[in-house]
Design a protein around this ligand. Structure first.
Ligand code: CAO
Length: 546
């Protein structure tokens, strides 16, 4: 039989917000299993199931405002257990259960529970907290010297099932905190001593009351007479497992309220309280951190909104291809370099007609030794020649812009395509090596990279990088500087082109060059001079001897 579970009397509070739904359709629940968490202005409470059964239809969603008697959900129960509709109830203290409900006040006069209160110095004690004993003090919300007003929360107590903020009935200055976090307390134990300030002004009825965290029964009514505010003023059950996270979050209602006010997702906050309980200070620290984060991001150039992940399967079939470790690392490095380095790319063309003729003749001679030179080996050597002439390209810029670090060694990184992604092995001390050795080492490093056998130190210490796509094709591209280097040379595919020599068009093998550089370290004119020098050397490799 299907039963309807209704919102119980929640202390007269209206439009109570559903802040968590703790069950799902199809769940089996037992009597007293919590179903939803409701929260009014001042208290949050778990609503337990009055019956055992299977949840068939949840009628509320998070954010809904509900009133007493409103349908929460439908439950499939055994016929024997059933009634037409059942009002969920909040845990009832034994004391309240045994007494006629409407005659049970939910607040008590301060005198009743604090006979030792002096006229000026007042003692605030643990009020009647139902049948709970040895309740843990989880948070002290005030300290000596604090000026507090009536109804300010002073401590958070937590029993097995509920956490409750205890408010002060008096205004005044805190003289002494009598309990400590982690301590266990019972009804009547002193919490704080207070120098009452204008107690009669703040409570004009001269009859200060402590809001007693008496839980409502299905028929209990808000206090009449001198009670202040809605009934479950200080009652709140521990709320766990917010929808957005699998991890339970422990926090009191005041902390939750503060989190909501700041728009903080509680599950994102690391709790420093007992058992990871989130405290107000944790929320404050989290907000502070978040506020300073955009500044750091802006400093690094990354203060931009992230591109959201889209569910592409809405538009058609998709497949997920996991990125290799190398691809993940280079994605991060490229992104960082792209954001940090103001890039400019200088394009140029080198006439390598003679170089190609020389290279091919050399390859014929070297073939018997198993050596083969590609244009890349000459490019590496030519680049080092120009780097020696223009040292600001063989450099790094200090992050505070105080210096350019000029390197007196010439290590050239070579971008190598591998099945797992881009790898950049480093040819060391190229200024001390000839073109054949460079060509050989380049081939060996590329092979090691593709076989995933590159040692770590073979990928470190580059001062300048060359990315050659010439073997593949293209006319030009804009490589990303391999920061903290300040320049990278992109090489595209050479092709025959008619070049005007002053009197005629001469068929020439032209090599496209794309020099990307960090504009913080290098001026555009310097970059143009660099590629000029490079094209001249490549146009006549004898210049390398000069
Ligand atoms: N123009 C015309 N032909 C070129 C050329 C150029 N600029 N550069 C190389 N070639 C030719 C070579 O001479 C060779 O020709 P043959 O097969 O006729 O002998 C052929 O292209 C293949 O060369 P290669 O690629 O094997 O050798 P390489 O020395 O030019 O390059 C290496 C070596 C490791 C750089 C290359 O294999 C590679 O991985 N390139 C890709 C680098 C890359 O991905 N860069 C992108 C980085 S940014 O995303």
């Amino acid at each position: 039989m299907v039963e309807k579970i209704l919102v119980p009397d929640v202390g007269g509070a209206e439009e109570v917000e559903v802040i968590e739904i703790l069950v799902a359709n199809g769940d089996m629940v037992n009597v007293d299993d919590s179903l939803v968490v409701l929260e009014s202005d001042k208290a949050s409470m778990e609503i337990p199931s009055p019956l055992a059964g299977k949840i068939t239809d949840i009628k509320v969603t998070v954010g809904d405002k509900v009133d007493e008697g409103q349908l929460i959900l439908e439950l499939q129960v055994d016929a024997g257990d059933s009634v037409e509709s059942v009002v969920a109830k909040v845990e009832i203290p034994e004391k309240s259960k045994s007494e006629p409900v409407k005659s049970e006040p939910v607040s008590k006069k301060a005198e009743e529970i604090q006979p030792e209160v002096a006229s000026i110095e007042k003692l605030v004690s643990v009020p009647d907290v139902g049948d709970a004993t040895d309740i843990m003090v989880t948070e002290i919300l005030v300290k000596v010297g604090d000026i507090i007003s009536p109804e300010d929360s002073i401590v958070v107590l937590e029993s097995d099932k509920a956490s409750m903020e205890i408010p002060t009935p008096f205004a005044g200055e805190v003289l002494e905190v009598l309990i400590g976090e982690g301590q266990e307390v019972n009804e009547g134990d002193g919490i704080i001593k207070l120098k009452a300030v204008g107690a009669t002004e703040s409570l004009p009825n001269e009859d200060p009351v402590v809001e007693v965290p008496v839980q409502t029964t299905e028929s209990a009514k808000p206090t009449e007479g001198k009670a202040k505010g809605p009934l479950p003023e200080a009652v709140s059950k521990t709320i766990e497992a917010p929808k957005s996270s699998d991890k339970p979050v422990h926090a009191g209602p005041a902390v939750r309220k503060q989190a909501r006010q700041y728009g903080v997702e509680l599950s994102a906050v690391k709790g420093s309280g007992r058992s990871g309980r989130v405290l107000k200070e944790d929320i404050q620290a989290y907000v502070k951190k978040q506020l300073s984060a955009p500044k750091a991001a802006a400093d690094s150039g990354s203060g931009i909104p992230a591109i959201p992940d889209v569910d592409f399967s809405r538009f058609g079939e998709i497949e997920l291809a996991p990125l290799s470790r190398i691809k993940k690392a280079s994605a991060r490095n490229l992104h960082r370099a792209w954001l940090n380095v103001p890039h400019v790319t200088q394009f140029d063309e080198a006439d390598i007609t003679e170089l190609e003729a020389f290279r091919k003749s050399q390859n014929l001679e070297l073939a018997k030794e198993g050596v083969k030179l590609t244009p890349l080996a000459f490019l590496v050597k030519a680049c080092v020649n120009v780097l020696i002439k223009y040292p600001q390209f063989n450099a790094s810029i200090q992050s505070d812009y105080s210096n350019l670090v000029l390197k007196k060694y010439y290590n050239i990184g070579i971008a190598v395509e591998t099945p797992d992604g881009l790898v950049v092995p480093v040819l060391k001390d190229v200024d001390k090596k000839g073109v054949i050795q460079i060509g050989n080492e380049c081939g060996e490093l590329a092979k090691l990279a593709r076989d995933k056998k590159l040692p770590m130190d073979a990928m470190q210490g580059a001062t300048f990088t060359i990315s050659s796509l010439g073997g593949i094709g293209g006319t030009a591209f804009t490589p990303i500087v391999n920061a903290p280097e300040v320049a990278i040379l992109g090489v595209s595919r050479s092709k025959m082109a008619p070049v005007w020599n002053g009197s005629e068009f001469k068929p020439s093998m032209m090599l496209p060059l794309s020099l990307s550089y960090d504009h913080r370290a290098i001026d555009g004119a310097e970059a143009a001079r660099f590629t000029n020098a490079l094209t001249q050397i490549l146009g006549d490799v004898r210049r390398m001897l000069l």
